[in-house]
Design a protein around this ligand. Structure first.
Ligand code: SAH
Length: 358
């Protein structure tokens, strides 16, 4: 919450209870001189996405006390757009009127929700729609979690009946640029008192903030790391991803190797094919060299065309030549199908399918 203006749209100055982990809720309940078991009850309601009015097993006086200084729900679904392929896009409204979006993708093994970590983004990648207006603000841990709670509830779930099994941090924003809130979100959502989502079912995608990758590795979590690579040469990467001027490829790959060693989790490298930018044979050959020596996998997707940007998706022919070369080189890769194309994917750019279960 530190970087969030706590003034709510209704002019109040209330804290958001979904920002609290279970220990903090316990302490709050004790401070309010309520019996200890109320902490469990309250927490269950919060992760069910319930507002005070629905917390039926809590006394009116306790609910009134809580609502005098806090809110239970920090995010509201304002639109739901189903797609023919079964995915659906959600638009959420935050307390200050900001709007974010996300996508729910259905697979045989469960439902994956793509969540945002910031309103906007300040990384400025040349192909990405999220950063067009820069960073508006960070989301708090409870606002990130609130996306999961809201969609879980929308799908008929609650704290016991979990409709969301997998999470990808691939919505708008750069999770490692909002490190503390993202980490707290990961802790709350995977906690046994929380929705208890397995760390292995969560994937965090970063454009390559090397310091953050080391920091995350040292948290000793089994969360999957995805690295938005998009080019195997610094020259190309510098042109499309300004962040790479600060952290060159060598430093980013070293950080990924460290992450792999610490977590034992295969690192996923994302690669959007951009016509005549990163889709040459030389790029395919270089990728082999770059990703050798540790457990890495390449996710290829054709660039989603963003009308505000000049870059074009690779032609089918170039894509074919590129992937043939990858095959020849023996690089482990998957071509991702796009999901929810006619509903605009997510976050203006995210028409991708991704899962860490494959
Ligand atoms: N900031 C993080 C999280 C965003 S995840 C990151 O950079 O990884 C969203 C993924 O979609 C990233 O891999 C991003 O590079 C990719 N992406 C952004 N715009 C895209 C586009 N127009 N087409 C295909 N992929 C895109």
């Amino acid at each position: 919450m530190e970087n969030i203006d706590k003034k709510f749209a209704d002019g109040t100055n209330k804290v958001l209870l979904t920002d609290f982990d279970f220990e903090e809720i316990r302490k709050l309940v004790t401070d309010l001189k309520e019996p200890g078991y109320r902490a469990g009850q309250l927490f269950q309601w919060l992760i069910s996405g319930e507002d005070f009015s629905g917390m039926t097993n809590l006394s009116n006086s306790f609910r009134q006390k809580l609502s005098s200084f806090s809110r239970a729900v920090g995010i509201e679904i304002i639109k739901n757009l189903p797609s023919k392929d079964g995915s659906q896009k959600f638009l959420y409204k935050l307390f200050d009127g900001n709007i974010i979006e996300g996508v729910l993708m259905k697979y045989k093994y469960g439902n994956t929700l793509c969540v945002s970590t910031q309103v906007g983004c300040r990384m400025g990648c040349a192909f990405c729609a999220s950063g067009i207006d820069g960073l508006i603000r960070n989301l708090s841990a409870g606002e990130i979690a609130g996306q999961v709670y809201a969609v879980n509830k929308f799908m008929g779930g609650n704290s016991q009946k979990r409709e969301i099994t997998n999470i990808v941090l691939m919505g708008s924003g750069e999770p490692l640029d909002n490190y503390e809130n993202t980490l707290k979100f990961l802790k709350i959502i995977t906690s046994k008192e929380g929705l208890n989502i397995s760390q292995r079912n969560i994937s965090l995608s970063t454009c390559g903030l090397t310091d953050g990758i080391y920091k995350l590795a040292d948290e000793n979590m089994a969360v999957n790391l995805c690295l938005s690579l998009h080019a195997p040469f610094d020259g190309i990467r510098n042109k499309i991803m300004p962040v790479s001027k600060k952290y060159d490829l060598k430093s980013v790959i070293d950080a990924c190797k460290y992450y792999f060693e610490k977590s034992g989790r295969r690192v996923i490298f994302e690669y959007a094919l951009i016509d005549n930018v990163n889709d040459s044979k030389e790029c395919a050959v270089k990728l082999k060299e770059l990703l050798k020596g540790f457990s890495a996998h390449l996710n290829i997707i054709r660039l989603n065309y963003v009308k505000e940007k000049k870059l074009k998706p690779s032609s089918k022919e170039r894509m074919e030549i590129f992937t043939e070369e990858l095959k020849r080189q023996g690089v482990s890769f998957t071509i991702r199908r796009t999901i929810g194309a006619e509903i605009g994917g997510a976050c203006g750019q995210l028409r991708r399918s991704y899962s860490n279960n494959e």
